[in-house]
Design a protein around this ligand. Structure first.
Ligand SMILES: C[S@@+](CC[C@H](N)C(=O)[O-])C[C@H]1O[C@@H](n2cnc3c(N)ncnc32)[C@H](O)[C@@H]1O
Length: 156
């Protein structure tokens, strides 16, 4: 499945490990780790990755915006996953491939430059008292929603 995840300045190494494990489970093509996001190999990351750092290809970019520019120049659609003005509903929007979705920092969210560069922004509606989800939970919801849509189109 030609789908990548970009982790824009994710602070927690355990969240990063968790997203490696989910990326493996959802069949993502790879991860872009950017900014302060920790990179393998690290014993603390393995507590949540459980070996997925060795099954999921990854690349590191110091500048998340440069990674987005690289992806767009290669014809990859970039979708920011963020609660931002004008964001589309995650289940109502169309997905086209290849694509890369971006999740952001646990407090600051996806950076403003990346949001401006993204082809589209999608948000997951919140139904409770809390205003946002854990970043790794958001990553999992989006990864499997994209996989569902990919399979729905009869792709392998
Ligand atoms: C905890 S959130 C960041 C803080 C959040 N912007 C806030 O003001 O509460 C961390 C990341 O998870 C993702 N995220 C969390 N909840 C989301 C939602 N409801 N819709 C879309 N993305 C979400 C985004 O990628 C976000 O950058």
């Amino acid at each position: 499945m030609p789908v990548y995840g970009l982790l824009d300045n994710v602070r927690s190494v355990w969240n990063v490990g968790s997203m490696f494990r989910t990326a493996d489970a959802a069949g993502l093509a790879g991860l872009y780790l950017a900014g302060m996001t920790a990179t393998p190999p690290r014993p603390d990351m393995e507590k949540t990755a459980l070996g997925a750092t060795r099954t999921v290809p990854w690349d590191y970019w110091a500048d998340p915006a440069a990674a987005v520019g690289h992806l767009r120049a290669a014809g990859v659609r970039v979708v920011a996953v963020e609660q931002a003005p004008g964001a589309a509903d995650w289940q109502g929007c169309g997905w086209s491939f290849p694509l890369c979705f971006v999740v952001g920092h646990e407090v600051r969210g996806v950076g403003s430059t990346v949001l401006a560069l993204a082809d589209t922004i999608v948000a997951i509606p919140m139904a409770g008292a809390k205003t946002s989800l854990n970043v790794a939970v958001s990553f999992g919801l989006i990864a499997f929603e994209i996989r569902r849509r990919w399979l729905q189109e009869g792709r392998p």
